[in-house]
Design a protein around this ligand. Structure first.
Ligand code: SF4
Length: 241
């Protein structure tokens, strides 16, 4: 169990799953580089948080709920938690009582992301961490949630199975280790990820990466300083991390 003072941001799990160096740059060194995609992402989250609560048939929608887990040492704010009315015959213990309405309701977290619907493991881990918080706070199982993609306006349903839960729990442990050790890892040359990363211009993975041979360094240095190289930072329109 962790103390209140030890809680780390839920959102950092997403960075950690994407790249440990990115998590350290954002949360230990407080480096952040905005691009169009990250700004759009902030607007999407702000609008998700702003709208308060509402009802749609057998679904109650709460926005911007504060979550925490002392077991996993995490805290943060949700975009949306839906509460689905239990169907007749479902065990009462699988739902919670909500103020002012009858019946019992199952929590169902929904995390907003920009871009088009796709499978993204780091997002699923962040969503699962929200579910773990809800389970600890409300005392009911949260077997499923969803990622909502703003660009395509579509949901990806996420089954919060045992494997995803173990991955999420291990990610929380690794996040606490990162904050305890306070050492920013070197870049790992995972080039596909770097191309999607808004921090690429500040991280400089080609210069700060592991096991870059002298020969490779000289080739890159001469290429980068050659005619036609602008030195501009790359930004990626799909990045919302
Ligand atoms: S540029 Fe690459 S190595 Fe650097 S933080 Fe982003 S993903 Fe990680």
């Amino acid at each position: 169990m962790y103390d209140e003072d030890d809680l780390l941001p839920l959102s950092a799990l997403q960075h950690l799953m994407f790249c440990r160096r990115r998590a350290a740059l954002v949360h230990l060194e407080h480096v952040w580089d905005e691009n169009v995609a990250t700004v759009e992402g902030h607007h999407l989250h702000d609008s998700a948080h702003d709208a308060g609560t509402e009802s749609r048939g057998d679904v109650r929608i709460a926005r911007g709920l504060m979550l925490r887990s002392l077991r996993h040492g995490l805290s943060g704010k949700t975009d949306v938690v839906e509460f689905h009315l239990l169907a007749a015959g479902e065990p009462e213990a699988s739902g919670v009582v909500l103020p002012g309405v009858s019946g019992r309701w199952r929590p169902y977290p929904v995390e907003y992301k920009r871009g088009r619907k796709r499978r993204e493991h780091s997002y699923e881990v962040q969503l699962c961490a929200q579910a773990l918080c809800l389970e600890e706070m409300l005392g009911v199982a949260v077997p499923e949630g969803a990622l909502y993609y703003g660009k395509s306006g579509r949901r990806q349903v996420v089954n919060l199975d045992e494997q995803l839960r173990r991955t999420t729990e291990m990610a929380a442990v690794r996040l606490h280790e990162l904050f305890r050790d306070r050492v920013t890892p070197r870049a790992d040359h995972h080039r596909n990820k770097c191309r999607q990363c808004s921090l690429v211009g500040l991280c400089l993975p080609e210069r700060t990466g592991k096991s870059l041979s002298v020969e490779a360094y000289l080739v890159r240095a001469s290429r980068d300083s050659g005619p036609g190289h602008s030195g501009d930072r790359r930004v990626n329109g799909e990045d919302d991390r």
